[in-house]
Design a protein. Structure first.
Ligand code: NDP
Length: 327
């Protein structure tokens, strides 16, 4: 038997509890992993609270990522004892996830733990941090360089935002952090932002085109913030959109795209191809300052994870939450 968080749904009830299950409750997979760490992502908080239909099969163990060691494997690339990480692929949504001491998954979904990190650091980064790196790669691949001007990072105190600020700062970009928590300005600046902008400056309906400012944008908020970020992006600039913390809508006009050649690049971490995952993890090893990562993350045990989900959605959590599943 091992510990897991389990979500169950009936017509009248959405139940989440910490419980004990055995291996027969896990889905089929060619690799069994003894999990050491998972992490609390925005999507996990939606799954635990039931505020959005993230979980599409019940009962479900939430947790869209994990790091651990291979307990047994029939996959040619993974031997017993290897350290591995997993992000996405529907794990924690349609396939039993990482808020558990064990997982059984397809070996094709796993990535070897990069040599730059131990498993706790890998989950301190977690899906949010790896998505931040996907956004940075998208900016680079679309031609954004540090000499072109300021980069706007929205939701700057959150998981994706904090890691994006830390990475971009190490790469020499000038960063402006957008936050609804001005009291956390010192935190965002300690990660490398040069300036803080109050969320309210971009969260109201705006004009189709505003004064040109950003060479690039990492947006986790969506809605009016994304629309206003596009409207204030410089000629030829690049906006990466990965989140919906402020809303799923996109109340924008085509003006920035057709008059300023602005590119809007969507970023998805879940079904992202393996070669891009490997590239992102390798670049995290080079371009993320581990001292800053230490300041971004705090640790909780599995038993505190359910209550932490409410705090995350209420905007009470700063940075990243790593989960020690053995606590
Ligand atoms: P966090 O909760 O850690 O951070 C989100 C941040 O967004 C908050 O800290 C807050 O920052 C800001 N925010 C929260 N609510 C609102 C609001 N109503 N309006 C405007 N800003 C708000 O989440 P993550 O960083 O882990 O994830 C951020 C987003 O990215 C989520 O929507 C998540 O689903 C998405 N995501 C997408 C992925 C993908 O594959 N596309 C992968 C990972 C995440 P502040 O207080 O500083 O303003």
């Amino acid at each position: 038997m091992f510990k897991s968080i389990l979500i169950n749904k009936t017509d009248s009830d959405y139940q989440v509890k910490l419980t004990e299950i055995d291996e027969s409750s896990l889905p089929e997979g060619d690799v069994t992993v003894d999990i050491q760490y998972s992490s609390l992502n925005y999507k996990d908080a939606l799954a635990i609270t039931g505020k959005s239909p993230v979980v599409r099969r019940f009962p479900m163990i939430p947790g869209i990522d994990f790091a651990g060691t291979v307990a047994s494997s029939s996959h040619p690339d993974f031997d017993t004892g290897m350290s591995v990480i997993l992000n996405g692929w529907g794990v924690g949504e349609v396939h039993m996830g990482g808020f558990s001491q064990k997982a059984q998954v397809k070996g094709d979904w796993l990535v070897p733990l990069p040599s730059a990190f131990d498993s706790r650091q890998a989950m301190a980064i977690g899906t949010a941090g790896y998505t931040a790196m996907l956004c940075v790669l998208a900016l680079e691949k679309n031609g954004v360089t540090p000499d072109q001007g300021e980069i706007l990072v929205t939701g700057a105190t959150g998981g994706v935002g904090s890691v994006a600020v830390a990475i971009l700062s190490k790469l020499g970009y000038q960063i402006v952090g957008l936050t609804g928590r001005p009291e956390e300005s010192d935190y965002v600046m300690s990660l490398g932002a040069a300036e803080i902008l109050n969320r309210s400056e971009l969260s109201e309906p705006g004009r189709p085109l505003a004064k040109e400012r950003w060479a690039g944008v990492v947006d986790v908020v969506g809605s009016h913030v994304l629309a206003n970020a596009c409207a204030s992006t410089r000629y030829g600039g690049v906006v990466t959109a990965c989140g919906l913390a402020g809303g799923m809508d996109f109340p924008a006009s085509v003006a920035p795209f057709i008059l300023r050649g602005v590119s809007l690049i969507g970023v998805d971490s879940v079904m992202c191809s393996k070669n891009i995952r490997l590239e992102a993890w390798e670049r995290l090893g080079q371009d993320l300052d581990l001292t800053k990562l230490g300041n971004i993350v705090h640790e909780i045990g599995l038993s505190k994870t359910i209550e932490a989900a409410d705090d995350l959605l209420a905007g009470k959590i700063r940075g990243r939450v790593v989960i020690d599943v053995n606590q």
